[in-house]
Design a protein around this ligand. Structure first.
Ligand SMILES: Nc1ncnc2c1ncn2[C@@H]1O[C@H](COP(=O)(O)OP(=O)(O)OP(=O)(O)O)[C@@H](O)[C@H]1O
Ligand SMILES: [Mg+2]
Length: 383
């Protein structure tokens, strides 16, 4: 019996191999909140470029919190929405369906939502300090009341999980930090937590927006290491009683360069090349070799989309960085190569950082975020 591929290119991964440290962190927090009834006072943000497994990791966190009896509010931030308003409206979903308390809380959530208004929507919105304080107060009250209703019903607390937090509006980020600051006072603290994931530019974006930015903690989510990649390839196959021959696994691991999306592509295309193996079969090195051109083609599609959506100025910058090797490129190297001053590259640089094409490493050096992009751009420019 041929078996369908268990790999998930472009889809949220079911399991998150290679992420033991991060899962251990969430497990510890789940105990801290759910078992000990504590307030988790820092908003932890894992950040990484596109395709590194942020959403998959946050879904893994959600499974952990749920299995500890903690209710979860999941929101994917969006540039057109007010994050706080979305959070408040999603909080209705976690209220116990029948209890009397829920009824009252629902009414107050409604009035908070009206109270915070939708003025100041969008990532570029400005804000007044007094507005922040009243929004923060509303959110703080909403959290306290919702957690109380959840506890009355036997639940173990509440956590917020926010994906794509780099798209959140600054007024909301500010109000959330403010509320978290207030809630961390011992006598007020409900069993609650706030966890987010976003693109690498997020730390600058939030510290720029928020007064209590020490409420946020930023941790980079690294590439998968070799054993993480191997596990990601082996485990889904194992579930279908299919193995990888050792040299096939070595070749695949090398090809993946620690990039989770590519791991899934390699798994998926090798599975196809092995003709949807039956239980008891193995994936061989020749399957991986047969699959490689298609894997590369699909990676090029991803790169082409990035190139196409870049403006003229952004393309100039991308080309310069590629020419300079694509990793840890200094600003002075770029301006020298292009014959311009620093000001001329700052706008495209900021945009490319914000959308995650570039990341800024030590001392503001720039690197591409996806392995293979340098070679792609170099080839484009050779033609
Ligand atoms: N730990 C992991 N091991 C192997 N593959 C993974 C892992 N995490 C995610 N993936 C795979 O990597 C790809 C990207 O995953 P995911 O969508 O979670 O990343 P992301 O960082 O949220 O990306 P984006 O920034 O585009 O939203 C998917 O194909 C997913 O199946
Ligand atoms: Mg994602």
């Amino acid at each position: 019996m041929n078996q369908p591929s268990p790999y998930t290119p472009g889809e949220v991964a079911q399991e998150v191999p290679g992420r033991a440290a991060q899962l251990a962190f969430y497990r510890e927090r789940a105990k801290y909140i759910g078992l000990l009834g504590n307030f988790s006072g820092r908003i932890t943000v894992y950040h990484a470029p596109r395709g590194l497994g942020k959403t998959s990791l946050l879904r893994g966190a959600q499974r952990i919190f749920r299995s500890n009896g903690i209710k979860t509010v999941w929101v994917t931030a969006n540039e057109d929405e007010n994050l706080l308003a979305t959070l408040l409206s999603e909080m209705r979903q976690v209220l116990p369906a029948t209890s009397k308390a829920s009824h009252k809380v629902r009414d107050s959530l409604d009035s908070f939502t009206i109270g915070i208004g939708t003025a100041g929507t969008g990532a570029k919105a400005t804000f007044k300090p007094s507005e922040t304080a009243s929004k923060a107060k509303a959110f703080q009250q909403a959290v306290i009341q919702t957690v109380a209703a959840i506890s009355d019903d036997g639940g173990k607390g509440l956590v917020f999980l926010v994906d794509e937090i780099q798209s959140a509006d600054k007024p909301s980020l500010r109000a959330i930090a403010h509320a978290w600051q207030e809630l961390s006072e011992p006598e007020k603290s409900p069993p609650a937590g706030f966890f987010a994931v976003g693109l690498p530019g997020i730390q600058e974006y939030i510290t720029d927006a928020v007064t209590f930015s020490e409420r946020y903690q930023f941790i980079p989510l690294p590439d998968l290491d070799e054993s993480g990649v191997a596990e990601a390839l082996l485990e889904p196959a194992q579930d279908k009683q299919v193995t990888w021959e050792q040299d096939a696994l070595q070749q695949a691991t090398k090809l993946a360069q620690g990039y989770p999306y590519k791991v899934q592509l390699i798994g998926d295309e090798s599975w196809r090349a092995a003709q949807f193996p039956e239980p008891g079969r193995a994936i061989t090195i020749s399957d991986v070799e047969t699959a490689t051109p298609e894997i590369n083609r699909q990676m090029r599609t991803l790169f082409a989309a990035r190139w196409r959506s870049a403006s003229k100025k952004q393309r100039e910058l991308i080309s310069a960085i590629a020419e300079l090797g694509g990793i840890n490129v200094r600003r002075s190297q770029i301006t020298e190569l292009l014959g311009v001053d620093t000001g001329a590259i700052s706008v495209p640089r900021d945009r490319l950082l914000r959308i995650g094409v570039l990341e800024s490493t030590e001392h503001g050096q720039l690197s591409f975020t996806v392995p293979g992009f340098t070679e792609y751009v170099q080839q484009l420019n050779e033609r």
